[in-house]
Ligand binder design. Sequence first.
Ligand SMILES: [Zn+2]
Length: 423
Amino acid sequence: MCVLRDLNLQKRLKERFFRYVAVESQSREGADEVPSSPGQWTLARLLMCDLEALGLQGIAINEHCVVQAHLPARLHGSRKNVPSIGFVCHLDTVDVGLSPEIKPVLIRNYQGGDICQNREKHLYISVKEHPELMDYIGEDIIVSDGTSVLGADNKAAIANVMTVLEILREYPELEHGDLYVAFVPDEEIGLLGSREIDFDKFPVDYAYTIDSCALGEVVYETFNAASAELRIRGISAHPMSSKNTLVNPVMVAVDFINLLNRAETPEHTEGREGYIWVTGVRADMLNCTVSLNIRDHDRRAYEARKKYLEEALKITKLRHPKAEIELEIHDVYGNIADAVTPENRKCIDYLYRALEELQIPAKTIAMRGGTDGSYISTRGILTPNYFTGAHNFHSRCEFWPMGSAEKSCLTTLKLIELAARKD
Ligand SMILES: [Zn+2]
């Protein structure tokens, strides 16, 4: 990639990022359709115009606001077997109760100390709470004005991919295999958009998301995830005739919950330890519903946790024969690592090799959560995840140092180059 000089990546990324965060695209939990909010349509249409300008082919949007496009391979000589790569980014920004409107602030040449986001409202990102700021002295840093998240999650990724497409267009000497992009809605509310990708038009050997935080982060292990709902119907009665008749669904629920292991909850686990999380209980005198999340990196342990809930159900039924109790469990996403095969694992190797060639120390994380790749990988497309360079996703203190942004973009270029390189 010696041809690449003076790419002005930081300037390009900044400009694109500012355009993309100007479109409000918070997703809305509990909406009954995908996409969950109209802003995601607006952003999707803007991106379609940009893809058009960048010369992509087969640009399409479906009824769920998934934008897909293809950049045909450009290979000099008669090389074959160059892998097709997918890049997946999400359109939505998380709703954590902050403003949907994002007003980014550019801090030029950060000199250390607290960053003032908003003088009027006295909002700062303090070094005391975020000492990692000090790693970025001398860099330009983008922050929000403190009333919202910054939205680098995931518009930093969209800016990254679009910038790479722009560079590939400007430098015809750069070789690459077939590239496919997919911009999907509603990642933040349960990886809903990636389910709506038209996989027939996404014939890739593997894909990447750029949806992790600090410089060098690599994620190819995520949770296996299921959600469960226990529904109890008791028997109501007036206290004058309730003895030996009334069945209180709340007490049934308490008995069920008491069968769960108190040491295996989110508040008592870390790293690769799995858990069952009672996320909610809704009840009245007749009905009670308990919601649960089941999470584990290890597939067998994950299946065992689901089995355990079934056993707890049996015991609860024996104790409360007059209550009607049912349990519904469904898988939500899987561990990316379970999709690794001897053929596709090269995409993880390329990621480490890219970081090595760019002299970025790799930081591998077993993520206690999921990414779009956790769903896409269950479809047989291995989809690891790497850093945007931003910190503090989902917080008003989210910040994006431009040096890291540039390196994230160079990583994308390098991944494309490595896949097309003659070995
Ligand atoms: Zn994200």
